[in-house]
Design a binder for this molecule. Structure first.
Ligand code: COD
Ligand code: ZN
Length: 365
């Protein structure tokens, strides 16, 4: 057991407490990672605000990179010293989803929310359990994770920026390349240009989209989106999104991505695609929220409405590839990060996200 600094959330809508907690050694099939950096994402904010329930107390953080410190019994995929990106979707490798190339939907690993696969809890404070949010709990100096959550990457890499591959890059670029399989020359709309939306935009640019229409309610975010490849912008506060997209494209886009998480914007995405087009819901709405779509047009215009979880990622294939693309200058990780914080300032980092500051914040250990 080791003692380390971590940010603990005890109650919704209260600041995280930076304090010493205890972490057990990795068990069978588990890996201990020393954290280099962990990104600041809206999914954690959803929990902070109580919009998504998670057992408490918990340590948030799910997009991170670091180095393997030690491995538990039976671990063969990684060794101490290996640089890894953390994946918040561990997979068993043997279930129908894993075997058919969709490990992001793996159904083979048990355990309730807030625990590691198998139901294990390795975090505690004075003998009381602390839950592992998203099976990563990366707002801490160290994390114990499942072996399949430790994605080994090349030795020569900027581990700090690679943290972003853990969530926004894999989710956003994967939504374009895997979930939608955008074809060169297609037209694309992106509704919500936060950390994940920017990666949908740069994924679409990489895929060769001819037109990338960014939609947001912040002029600053729209200007930032242009740096990542947006060819047109729509301020949803001033313009009606669907008619504007139809006018710009002569009838609608081939693909519209909802990257925000609301029923209303899923509907906007559905209405913004042309006949035969595809709307992809990347954002996760509040539990119980519905998207009203025109059931007649769904059939008559042969539209597709598709969900996307974690960029339909095959993490061990995709994450090293995204890093290679970044190293080749084809994806931009550097400009995504607009501010770095020490762990002690994590509450300020989430306040900045909530305020709508542009780009991604990064907690650097
Ligand atoms: N129309 C257009 N844009 C809007 C509107 C609106 N009505 N309201 C808000 N926005 C903009 C905001 O200004 C902001 O720019 C953007 O939408 C949201 O961005 P962020 O930075 O707040 O959020 P992200 O990018 O960190 O996260 C967005 C997700 C959709 C990924 C996240 O919230 C989510 O739903 N995650 C679950 C889905 C998933 O697979 N997650 C993987 C782990 S995160
Ligand atoms: Zn995230």
């Amino acid at each position: 057991m080791r003692t380390m600094k971590a940010a603990v959330l005890y109650d919704y809508n209260t600041p995280m407490v930076i304090e010493e907690v205890q972490l057990d050694e990795p068990g069978t099939g588990e890996v201990l990672v020393k954290m280099t950096a962990s990104g600041v994402c809206r999914s954690d904010l959803h929990v902070l605000k109580g919009e998504w329930q998670s057992p408490l107390p918990t340590i948030l953080g799910h997009e991170a990179a670091g180095r393997v410190e030690s491995v538990g019994p039976g671990v063969t995929r990684v060794a101490p010293g290996d640089p890894v990106v953390l994946s918040f979707k561990p997979h068993c490798g043997y279930c129908e989803y894993c075997m058919s190339g969709r490990p992001h939907l793996c159904a083979g690993l048990g355990g309730p929310a807030g625990t590691l696969p198998g139901g294990h809890i390795r975090l505690s404070k004075d003998g009381n359990p602390i839950y592992h949010f998203a099976r990563t709990a990366s707002f801490a100096e160290y994390a114990v994770i499942h072996e399949s959550s430790a994605v080994r990457i090349g030795p020569e890499t900027s581990l700090e920026l690679d943290a972003l591959v853990g969530c926004p890059v894999t989710t956003g670029v994967g939504a374009v390349l895997n979930t939608a399989a955008v074809r060169p020359g297609s037209t694309v709309a992106v509704i919500g240009c936060g950390g994940v939306g920017l990666n949908v935009i740069q994924g679409a640019r990489f895929a060769g989209a001819s037109r990338i229409i960014a939609v947001d309610i912040s002029q600053e975010k729209l200007e930032f989106a242009e740096r990542f490849g947006a060819t047109d912008t729509i301020d949803a506060r001033e313009e009606d999104t669907v008619p504007t997209i139809r006018k710009l494209t002569g009838g609608g886009v081939d693909y519209a991505f909802e990257v925000l998480g609301s029923g209303e914007t899923v509907r906007t995405a559905f209405e913004a695609v042309r006949t035969g087009g595809t709307a992809i819901a990347v954002g996760m709405a509040a539990v119980g929220e519905y998207a009203r779509i025109d059931a007649y047009l769904l059939a008559a215009q042969e539209k597709t409405l598709k969900g996307c979880f974690y960029g339909s990622a095959r993490t061990h294939i995709d994450m090293p590839r995204y890093i290679a693309l970044a190293e080749a200058g084809k994806l931009d990780l550097d400009s995504l990060v607009t501010r770095r914080y020490p762990l002690a300032e994590i509450n300020e980092a989430y306040a900045a996200l909530d305020r709508g500051d542009v780009g991604r914040g990064l907690i650097v250990f």
